[in-house]
Design a binder for this molecule. Structure first.
Ligand code: ATP
Ligand code: MG
Length: 453
């Protein structure tokens, strides 16, 4: 007989059918449930299956005489993590988890799981950090995400992206998709992955930067992309990957980079609020704090704070990972915030499209900023150059060839409003929020050593 999954319910929906005052009615309700066999227990005349689906678990109870023999036979061969289809009746039982269980009337084994499992996703080994090492887990990600807390990370990721998208849409940002295959003309800075593109040289895009700026000339005013960045950087750290995801935004008619920071601040507060109140934060046992205001400290002020800690950075030098961490602690102590902006970076360490403080190529400071969360950079942004001559000059001074940027520079010749934007790494948000590493918050990480699965 052809079976159908159409009427199936999730385990967490079963409680809707339970009415302790009306036991008879509850027990007459027929239920179809499907999922993975987390555990089987055999006490001779009494057998149990703990069935797990996306939303939780439910106990299936089988008794000699009450349960059809055919089902009791099938259970004998049932291996852990097999997929089963169970049609049965709910039964109220104070001793069962949640106070109810299912007595099966029909059972189909949909897919039998091999033995042994490369990784045990059962609830007992639920915590990601106490099970197999990360490589075994990533090699068997399909099993890894059957664990409740690992699944919670990715449900939270989905929630965060959804909240961010809603915030941006409601702030009049238009969602776009820019090309990921680009010609050699790129923004410079990080390394690019070359690809074969017919008879031409091409690369994977490191960010939508040039395209979203061109859309400002197009009059789109405010755009965003949940973008993929490809970065051929060879570092091997707990916060870098070679393929990542980011909220990438650009907005026109800004008075200064402060308007852009206002948007990130609103976006991050929305995301943090959504995460704080989520079911997943409870599962992961995470307290998420939301600062009232994100302090904005200039690069020079940061150098001064670091100096007070006996760390000297020569003006124009990078605030490296260690210094970022220390600044994170300083700001937490002084302002009570886990998030803060570093503003007014030296122009010479920022990309060509960064606006000089006073729109003069000789300016010392820029209108660029970074956003830090628990001592790690999660976003870079700023006001951009919108004046053609200044931009051409900046490209030259950054030792890039203006010829390669013709398609981009042209957009600055026919009416370009003042604008700015940012890239905000989604993995960085999640890893800092959950105090974990970048590989834990992306399903299939791409790093120096990993290209599968
Ligand atoms: P970092 O200095 O931390 O390596 P970056 O300054 O090179 O980052 P940007 O070009 O400013 O990165 O990219 C914008 C944002 O995208 C970063 O703030 C970060 O959140 C994220 N991001 C960039 N590169 C990576 C990467 N390799 N792995 C994870 N996230 C990244
Ligand atoms: Mg950056």
């Amino acid at each position: 007989m052809q079976i159908s999954f159409k009427d199936r319910v999730y385990s967490n929906e079963l409680k809707n059918f339970v009415n302790k005052e009306d036991k008879e009615n509850t027990e007459n309700k027929e239920i179809l449930i499907v999922g993975w066999v987390q555990e089987t227990r055999d006490f001779g005349n009494l057998k149990f299956i703990v069935l797990r689906d996306r939303e939780g678990t439910v106990q299936i109870c089988m008794k000699k005489k009450k349960t059809p023999d055919e089902i009791l036979d099938k259970v004998k061969d049932l291996t852990k993590e097999s997929v089963v289809y169970i049609r049965g009746n709910l039964s109220i039982n104070a001793k069962a988890p949640n106070g109810y269980e299912i007595f099966p009337a029909e059972m189909n084994i949909i897919s039998i799981a091999n033995v042994p499992l490369p990784l045990d996703p059962s609830d007992k080994a639920e915590k990601a950090d106490v099970t197999a090492n990360i490589d075994t887990r990533l090699d068997n990600r399909f099993l890894d995400i059957r664990k409740k807390d690992v699944a919670a990370i990715f449900k939270l990721r989905s929630r965060v992206i959804d909240a961010g998208r809603k915030f941006l849409s409601s702030n009049k940002f238009i969602e776009i998709h820019s090309p990921k295959i680009i010609s050699s003309a790129s923004e410079g800075g990080t390394e690019l992955f070359p690809i074969a593109y017919f008879d031409k040289e091409a690369f994977l895009a490191q960010s939508p930067q040039l395209y979203k700026q061109m859309l400002m000339a197009g009059g789109f005013d405010r755009v965003f992309e949940t973008a993929t960045y490809f970065r051929a950087e060879s570092h091997d750290t707990t916060r870098h990957l070679n393929e990542i995801t980011a909220f990438d935004c650009e907005m026109s008619f800004i008075d200064s980079e402060n308007d852009v920071m206002d948007i990130i601040e609103g976006l991050m507060k929305t995301i943090l609020k959504e995460a704080k109140d989520s079911e997943e934060a409870k599962i992961l046992n995470k307290e998420i704090s939301i600062p009232e205001k994100f302090p904005r400290l200039s690069y020079d002020e940061c150098l001064q704070y670091l100096n007070e800690k006996n760390i000297t950075i020569e003006w124009g030098g990078d605030i490296d990972t260690k210094c970022e961490r220390i600044m994170g602690e300083v700001v937490k102590d002084k302002f009570g915030s886990e998030l803060f902006f570093i503003t007014k970076y030296p122009l010479k360490i920022k990309p060509f499209y960064t606006a000089p403080e006073n729109f003069n190529a000789n300016d010392k400071y820029s209108r660029a900023f970074d956003l830090e969360y628990k001592g790690v950079e999660i976003s870079s942004g700023g006001q951009r150059v919108h004046i053609y001559d200044l931009l051409a000059e900046r490209i030259k001074r950054c030792n890039l060839n203006p010829e390669n940027f013709k398609f981009y520079l042209d957009a600055f010749k026919y009416g370009m409003p003042p604008h700015g934007g940012f890239g905000l790494g989604i993995e960085r948000i999640l890893m800092q929020m959950l105090d974990t590493t970048v590989r834990e918050v992306i399903l299939f990480p791409r790093d120096r050593h990993r290209l599968t699965p």
